[in-house]
Design a protein around this ligand. Sequence first.
Ligand code: FES
Length: 403
Amino acid sequence: MEKDKQKRLRSEDWFNPGDPKSAFIHRSWLRNQGYPNDYFNGRPVIGICNTWSELTPCNGHLRDFAEFVKKGVLEAGGVPFEFPVTSMGEILMRPTAMLFRNLASMDTEESIRANPLDGVVLLTGCDKTTPSTVMGACSVDLPTIVVPGGPMLNGKYKGERIGSGTFVWTLKDKIKNEGFTPEDQIEAEICSARSAGHCMTMGTASTMACMVESLGLTLPGAAAIPAVDSRKKVMAQLSGRRIVEMVKEDLKLSKILTREAFENAIKLNAAIGGSTNFIIHLQAIAGRIGVPLNLKEFDTLGSKIPLLVNLMPSGKFLMEDFFDAGGLPVVIKQMKEHLHNNALTVNGKPIGDNNKKAECYNTEVIAQIDNPFIEEAGIAVLYGNLCEDGAVYSKTLKIAMPI
Ligand code: FES
């Protein structure tokens, strides 16, 4: 698009407002960081919304990632500004990180709205850091791209895979019945979390990463790349380049987060055996962007979908195996008969086109659609005198929870 036909950038209201006093204030103080003058001459300004915190170990590597996003933004002609938002570590926060999800979403929303930003990159990881930031960004509706921080490498203890959040439930039994010593415990703790990244089972964090990829909010294949794999840094850099183009194309969240995108996400969550927490977070995101989505639809759309992914906690493998087997692109390709393949994604292409060349490298981890691990998986929604507002039943894990 030619410059004279482009929409005026939002950031120009701060940096080139036509009022010399305002321009002086908005530009002068920023110059103390050493920015050259061409930072303020109409280049797209990109906010890098970082959920990094040393108290959120799952996001502890995102400081480094921000540098790769910045590199990409600069290469594409944009101007990057990194900013922090409330981070929620599932492990340490009491009484529960969920209590703070909406607070973090408001932090994200107001930080974006209040500042001279034209586009946003969300750096996410631990469970609630993904939905909270996406919710906040939806309320402002700028061009936005998500870079999921990626899972830890597989936990390995005495030659066996151990999944974060799965092994811990066996601990009491091991101590009581298998002579597990305090030294064994320390060794297992280290083996369980042996690299940067979020939990590497198909728990909430991995489910959220797959959710944003299913919605079209990441570049293709982003969700399963392990946090320490060099391709994750490449993904961060390419996302930085792409967000600048998205600003020029005015490719806002509301153009991607359509009803079709939400339906795709529900079906793909069933196919990967994703967490039931998916429901509350997806509904909250839909509410922010204005797409009606009721509880019953998770059943009508997602309770008869075949299970294609064999990951803990219901299965055998972990996210590193999922990535090695081809990751979410393989599932999207396998599920093409069930999906809206024309749903737009952040790279400007339909989800079906993005993933049509995906290849499966291990059918023990990702099944073929005509030979699934479970014929009808997903989440059923139940109503009755014990749960008048509804309960969700994971057909993969075989557990029910009231809403
Ligand atoms: Fe952060 Fe599991 S504790 S992802």
